[in-house]
Design a binder for this molecule. Structure first.
Ligand code: ATP
Length: 240
């Protein structure tokens, strides 16, 4: 069994935001598991870098933790409650109100404007349109994409799309943010802005889990969970 317990920083609020218990996941029964018997606790208010070779299961683990897919075995645990105990409606509510997710390829709706793409997650979570638009504009200005609010995703660059996806993920000020290679398309300056926004979000009490190959970002995280090709993981505390 692979057991990983991440120690919170002294200043961080105590508690586990999200974790797993003997988590196993297989895309197809005939294939070896992508995640194998993984136990991890991610403390509130920390940044965790999820690393490992291409194909080791980083995206898959993010989807499992964010309750987008269901494990083959074991549990994902939110606030000490096993997710398998949540009815479908409760899972959807939890995702809408507490989770921000930055997908690897941004995954914006090509038929909607940039502003609508950013606002939609807030409207789905019950924000008033006026508040969602104000918050979206504030975030888009912070990430330097406010001048593109009326454009469609097909009319902006890959790096701009990635920053729009981060605005969308932060719109509801979610308790937990999952980001899948959020700086993959960004230059160094934009990557630093994004990383600072994510670490600021954690410093304000949220929990941030980022899949990345970028060692310079890993060095700035509190913890590293490194997945290996056998579906297990090892822990490295990046900062004491
Ligand atoms: N829908 C799917 N059906 C079957 N296998 C899949 C599916 N999605 C991913 N896989 C396989 O699961 C394994 C883990 O994929 P995943 O995308 O989670 O890895 P990753 O570590 O995020 O990779 P990368 O760093 O290249 O983004 C890979 O072998 C991949 O081919």
């Amino acid at each position: 069994m692979t057991g990983v317990v991440l120690e919170p920083r002294a200043a961080a609020p105590v508690g586990t935001a999200v974790g797993t218990r003997s988590l196993t996941f297989t895309y197809r029964a005939a294939l070896p598991p992508v995640i194998c018997d993984l136990t991890v606790d991610v403390p509130v208010g920390t940044t965790t870098a999820l690393t490992g070779p291409s194909g080791s299961g980083k995206s898959t683990l993010l989807y499992l933790l964010a309750l987008m897919i269901r494990p083959t075995g074991g549990e994902v645990v939110w606030d000490a409650v096993p997710a398998s105990r949540l009815a479908d409606a409760a899972r959807s509510r939890l995702r809408a109100s507490q989770v921000g997710f930055v997908f690897q390829d941004a995954l914006l709706d090509p038929s909607r404007s940039v502003l609508a793409n950013v606002c939609d997650s807030g409207l789905f979570a019950g924000m008033r349109r006026k508040d969602a638009v104000a918050r979206a504009r504030e975030l888009m200005a912070r990430f330097g994409v406010d001048h593109r609010e009326d454009h469609k995703p097909g009319e902006i660059s890959g790096g701009q799309a990635q920053r729009v996806a981060i605005c969308r993920a932060l719109l509801t000020n979610p308790r937990v943010v999952f980001a899948d290679e959020p700086t993959g398309n960004l230059d160094d300056e934009s990557a630093a802005i994004v990383w600072r926004a994510l670490t600021d979000h954690a410093a304000n009490g949220a929990t941030v889990i980022v899949a990345t190959h970028d060692r310079s970002l890993v060095a700035l995280a509190d913890h590293e969970v490194r997945l290996d090709r056998s579906g297990g993981a090892e822990l490295r505390a990046v900062r004491p």
